[in-house]
Design a protein around this ligand. Structure first.
Ligand code: FRU
Length: 484
C-alpha cells in the first residue's frame, strides 16, 4: 500500500517494538538478501553519504528510512571498515531532530578536520506550516567517541535566484582550501551546480562562489549529488541531472548518473577548464547518487546506490529496498575513466572453479560469485537461470561492433518495465578479446568490462534456485564463490 505523507514523516518514536519486530522478521525471511553488499537491516537505503577516511577507518554513511521500504523520514546510518570489505554497522548517526533537518537529514559528505574530528556537511530538509519546502546546508562534527555534534545554525541557506531544491553538499579540498559543490535548481526551474568556499580552516563559515560552469548545455530541471574528485590532477565531476535532454547524452534509466573530465579547475570564476562531453558513469539498470572521494592513500574511491529515485523494486514486499555497490576505485587510462572494485575485493574469493560454460547447465548453489571470462567471438551468456533455461538474465556480446547487451526480460518478476528490459554498452574493439568480471550477488549484478572501461550495475530479482549458468557456445570461465 502506498504510504501517505503523514505516515512517511511520523516520528521514529511512534513505531513500537511489535512493528519493528514484524518488519525485521519480514526482511530476514526475504529471499533477496545479498551476502557481500551493504544493505539496511530494514526499510530503505538510498544515497551513499560522507564517504571518508577518519580515525584509522573508512567511514561510509548512507541515507536510510528504517521503518519501511519507502522514501520516508531520512537519517544517516554509518558503516565503518578498515579494508573496504568487512563493514561494521555503527547505527544511525544523523537523525532528523532539529528545526533545520526536521523532515530528513538529506545527502552530504565528510572530510576530516583533525585527528579527532570528522566534519560533516549535509542538507537538512524541512517543511513549513504551509508545507513549503526549505533546505539548509548544515554542519556537524563526528567525534572519535562516535558522537555527532550538530552546528547550531546552518552553514548556508538557499541564495536568491534558486528554489528549495538545493542540496547534497560535497566537500573537497584543493591545496588545503575547502570547497563544496551543491546540486541546485534555479528559480526558472533549470538545474545547475553551485560552488561554495570555506572562509576558515575550521569550516564553520562558508560563502557562495557562484555556479560552476562546465557545459553550455541545459542540465534538465535539477542536478542532484554533484561530486568533484581529482584523478591524476584532473578534475572529474560526477553528477545526477534530472530531466536532461537525451540529445545531450543518451540514457535509458529514469535519471542518469553522469560525469565529465576536465583539464583543470578555476575555483574563482568558477568553472571547469576544457570539460569533456557528458558520459554515463554506468550502463546498467540501477546506479545513482555515486559518491567519490580522494582517499589519503592516493586512491579515488566510489560507492553508488544500486537503485533509482521513483522506482519500485520487488524486495519492497519484504520491507526493504536499496543496496550499495561494491567499493570501486576510479582511475584514468588514456584520458578515459575506469571503475573497478578495489583490490581488497580479491580477498572475498574462495576456491576457484575452472569451467566450460555450454548449452548444458553449469549448476551453482548460490548467486554470490565472481565470474571471469575472456571472449574472442560473439557469445551469449545466461546467468541467474533456472535448470531448463526458461528464466534468466542474458548478456549478449557482439565483438564486431563492440557491444554488450544485458537483458532482464526473462525473469519471474519484473519492475521498472516502462524503462525497458535491455541496456547496452560499447567497448573498444582494438583488442582481440573481451574480458568480463561479473560480480553476482543474490539480487545484484555488477559487470566490469575490460578491467573497468565500462560498468553495468543492476538489481536482479529471481527465485533462490535460479543459480545456473549457460552459454550459447563453449566459453572457458573461472568462478569464485565469494565470502559473506
Ligand atoms: C538523491 C536524493 C538527494 C537527497 C536524498 C534524499 O537520491 O534525492 O538529492 O539529498 O536523495 O534522501
Amino acid at each position: 500500500k502506498p504510504w501517505t505523507s503523514l505516515q512517511r514523516y511520523r516520528a521514529y518514536k511512534e513505531y513500537n517494538t511489535d512493528y519493528v519486530t514484524t518488519l525485521t522478521d519480514a526482511v530476514i525471511a526475504s529471499l533477496y538478501r545479498n551476502t557481500y553488499h551493504i544493505e539496511p537491516a530494514t526499510g530503505l537505503l538510498n544515497d551513499p553519504n560522507g564517504f571518508s577516511y577518519f580515525n584509522g577507518k573508512y567511514h561510509l554513511f548512507y541515507q536510510v528510512f528504517p521503518y519501511g521500504p519507502v522514501h520516508g523520514l531520512k537519517s544517516w546510518a554509518l558503516m565503518t571498515s578498515i579494508d573496504l570489505i568487512h563493514w561494521e554497522n555503527e547505527g544511525l548517526k544523523i537523525l532528523p531532530d532539529t528545526i533545520y533537518d526536521s523532515r530528513g537529514a538529506y545527502s552530504g559528505s565528510a572530510i576530516p578536520l583533525s585527528e579527532d574530528e570528522l566534519f560533516i556537511f549535509y542538507t537538512g530538509n524541512t517543511r513549513g506550516a504551509d508545507q513549503s519546502r526549505a533546505a539548509y546546508q548544515n554542519g556537524a562534527i563526528y567525534g572519535k567517541n562516535g558522537q555527532i555534534t550538530k552546528f547550531e545554525q546552518p552553514l548556508l541557506t538557499t541564495p536568491a535566484g534558486y528554489t528549495n531544491h538545493f542540496r547534497d553538499p560535497m566537500v573537497f579540498k584543493v591545496d588545503d582550501q575547502a570547497y563544496a559543490v551543491i546540486g541546485a535548481q534555479r528559480a526558472d526551474e533549470t538545474g545547475t551546480v553551485v560552488l561554495a568556499k570555506a572562509d576558515k580552516a575550521d569550516l564553520t563559515s562558508w560563502h557562495y562562489q557562484g555556479e560552476l560552469h562546465f557545459t553550455d548545455e541545459a542540465l534538465g530541471y535539477m542536478v542532484e549529488c554533484p561530486n568533484i574528485v581529482l584523478i591524476d590532477q584532473k578534475p572529474v565531476l560526477i553528477f545526477c541531472p534530472q530531466g536532461l535532454d537525451k540529445n545531450v547524452c543518451e540514457y535509458d534509466n529514469i535519471f542518469p548518473n553522469m560525469y565529465v573530465i576536465a583539464d583543470g579547475l578555476d575555483l574563482e570564476t568558477p568553472k571547469l577548464l576544457n570539460p569533456s562531453e557528458f558520459h554515463r558513469l554506468d550502463d546498467g539498470f540501477e546506479v545513482y547518487a555515486t559518491q567519490a572521494f580522494n582517499a589519503p592513500d592516493g586512491r579515488v574511491l566510489a560507492s553508488s546506490w544500486l537503485g533509482l529515485p521513483d522506482i519500485d523494486v520487488p524486495s519492497q514486499a519484504d520491507g526493504v529496498q536499496g543496496i550499495l555497490s561494491l567499493v570501486k576505485e576510479l582511475t584514468l587510462k588514456d584520458g578515459k575513466l575506469y571503475q573497478y572494485p578495489v583490490s581488497e575485493t580479491l580477498s572475498l574469493r574462495q576456491d576457484v572453479h575452472e569451467m566450460l560454460l555450454t548449452q548444458d547447465p553449469e549448476t551453482q548453489h548460490t548467486n554470490s560469485y565472481e565470474l571471469e571470462v575472456e571472449l574472442s567471438s560473439n557469445q551469449t551468456l545466461y546467468l541467474f537461470a533456472n535448470a531448463d533455461k526458461t528464466s534468466y538474465v542474458s548478456l549478449n556480446v557482439d565483438m564486431g561492433i563492440g557491444k554488450i547487451t544485458l537483458d532482464r526480460e526473462n525473469l519471474p518478476v519484473s519492475w521498472a518495465e516502462e524503462y525497458g528490459f535491455t541496456r547496452s554498452t560499447y567497448f573498444d574493439t582494438q583488442k582481440e578479446t573481451l574480458k568480463l568480471n561479473i560480480f553476482a550477488d543474490t539480487s545484484s549484478l555488477e559487470i566490469f568490462v575490460n578491467d573497468g572501461e565500462k560498468v553495468m550495475s543492476s538489481r536482479i530479482f529471481t527465485a533462490p534456485d535460479h543459480t545456473h549458468l549457460f552459454s550459447d557456445g563453449a566459453v572457458k570461465a573461472s568462478l569464485w564463490t565469494l565470502k559473506k
